[in-house]
Design a protein around this ligand. Structure first.
Ligand SMILES: CC(C)(COP(=O)(O)OP(=O)(O)OC[C@H]1O[C@@H](n2cnc3c(N)ncnc32)[C@H](O)[C@@H]1OP(=O)(O)O)[C@@H](O)C(=O)NCCC(=O)NCCS
Length: 154
C-alpha cells in the first residue's frame, strides 16, 4: 500500500482541515477547525498528515510547549487504516523533526480508558507521569527512545 506522510503546513491545513477532522471518530476529543488552525510554536514544522492509496488517512498535530519538549496534541488514524503502522510512522516523523529543532522528549495526554492507544505508546517508549487527573494519563518519552523503538519494529 502506498503511504505518504506529508508535512502539515498551515496552507495545507487550510485546504484539508475539514476533511482531516472528519476522520476523527473519537467522541471524547472533538477538535474544531479553529483548534486545528491555531498557531503554536513550531506546529507547522512538526505536524503531519497521511495519505494512503491517495486517500486522507490520518494526522498528528504537535508543537513545542517548552524549548526541549514536543507535545502531541492530537493523533487520529482513519478507522479503515488503523493497525498497519501509520501511527508509528507519524511518531517517527515528528520525533526526528522535533529532535532537529533541539527537542529531547515528547509528552501527550491520553484517556485512561484508551487502552489500545496506551499500549502502543508504552511499546514505543512512553511512560506515565504523576498527573492529578482522574480521566487522563500524562505520558512522556525521550525522542531517541521513540526513534529507536520504532526503527526496530517496522
Ligand atoms: C491510536 C492510533 C492513533 C494508533 O494508530 P495506528 O495507525 O492504528 O497505529 P499503528 O498501526 O502504528 O500501531 C497499532 C498498534 O496500536 C494498537 N491500536 C490502538 N488502537 C487501535 C485500533 N483502533 N485499531 C487497531 N490497532 C490499534 C494496536 O494494538 C497495535 O499494536 P501492535 O502493532 O503493537 O500490535 C489509532 O488507532 C487511532 O486513531 N485511534 C483512535 C483515535 C485515538 O485513540 N487517538 C489517540 C488519542 S490520545
Amino acid at each position: 500500500m502506498v503511504i505518504e506522510v506529508i508535512s502539515l503546513t498551515k496552507e495545507l491545513a487550510n485546504i484539508y482541515g475539514k476533511d482531516l477532522l472528519a476522520l476523527n471518530d473519537c467522541t471524547w476529543e472533538n477538535w474544531s477547525l479553529e483548534n486545528l488552525l491555531a498557531d503554536r510554536t513550531l506546529k507547522w514544522e512538526i505536524s503531519y498528515f497521511v495519505k494512503a492509496e491517495g486517500n486522507l488517512a490520518g494526522y498528528a498535530i504537535a508543537s513545542l510547549l517548552e524549548p526541549k519538549t514536543a507535545h502531541l496534541h492530537h493523533i487520529v488514524i482513519s478507522h479503515s487504516y488503523r493497525g498497519i503502522g501509520i501511527g508509528r510512522k507519524l511518531f517517527l516523523e515528528i520525533s526526528e523533526k522535533a529532535l532537529g529543532f533541539g527537542a529531547q522528549s515528547m509528552t501527550l495526554k491520553v484517556l485512561k480508558t484508551n487502552i489500545r492507544a496506551i499500549n502502543l505508546y508504552e511499546r514505543i517508549g512512553f511512560r506515565k507521569l504523576d498527573f492529578d487527573n482522574c480521566e487522563y494519563f500524562k505520558m512522556i518519552a525521550s525522542l531517541d527512545e521513540i526513534i529507536n523503538n520504532i526503527k526496530y519494529s517496522i
